[in-house]
Design a protein around this ligand. Structure first.
Ligand code: GRF
Length: 211
């Protein structure tokens, strides 16, 4: 089976992309990262991609005269690279509906909590973990989900739990969640790479592996 061609969108440090590349380089994930796009010129994720000879672009709305011009450039870059699946790995911008239409069911996001709790607009980074702790939750976790037109609302692909421990701070909880994020993203991607996923409305069916 051919390697699944993946484009990654990210804004920051890129530890999820790093985990994905690590799994690919170890032969544990049948994907190829063909493209990295960041809205942030100085993001670590662009350097990480370039170190590994992955085409990496700084692209953001502000560089273009209109939203349409930005979207059509993004689409062209994605299509020229042969992108089959998009992963959002800490991408802080909303994906436009034109991209969602072009890649419906083929865009994944990772959220550092158990959706549908603690998701939606403004729920990112430290805010998520602080809200989990303020609520007094005993567990938190990670959700890899399909992207649709709303924030954090598409069907889950993989979810993993972590305990909330006495004395946790948003930072300590974030670190515990992050270790599971790296596992969850690789697991979710492998389902797509093995073409084992079917989307039926809100349900994502994951078929058994053919031996
Ligand atoms: C992760 O916590 C992810 O859940 C969220 O943004 C963060 C990105 O971290 N969407 P990194 O850039 O992959 O290290």
């Amino acid at each position: 089976m051919s390697l699944l061609k993946v484009a990654a969108f990210a804004s920051g440090r890129g530890s999820n992309l790093q985990a994905i590349l690590h799994a690919i380089n170890n032969g544990d994930l049948a994907c190829e990262v063909v493209l990295v796009i960041s809205n942030n010129r100085d993001s670590a994720v662009l350097s990480l991609a370039r170190e590994q000879q992955i085409p990496a672009f700084h692209l953001c709305r502000e560089q273009f005269a209109s939203g349409e011009a930005f979207e059509s450039r993004l689409l062209r870059v994605l299509q020229d690279a042969g992108t089959e699946l998009i992963v959002l790995a800490g991408y802080l911008k909303k994906i436009s509906s034109a991209i969602i239409r072009a890649y419906r069911g083929k865009i994944l996001n990772i959220h550092p909590a158990l959706l549908p709790s603690f998701g939606g607009k403004g729920m990112y980074g430290r805010h998520v973990h602080k809200a989990v702790l303020d609520y007094g939750c005993k567990v938190s976790g990670v959700t890899v989900h399909l992207v649709d037109e709303e924030y954090d609302s598409g069907p889950p692909v993989v979810q993993k739990c972590v305990p909330v421990e006495a004395g946790d701070t948003p930072e300590s909880l974030a670190a515990r969640v992050l270790t599971q994020e790296h596992r969850a993203y690789v697991e979710a991607l492998q389902f797509f790479a093995e073409r084992r996923v079917e989307v039926k409305g809100r349900k994502l069916l994951i078929y058994e592996k053919n031996n």
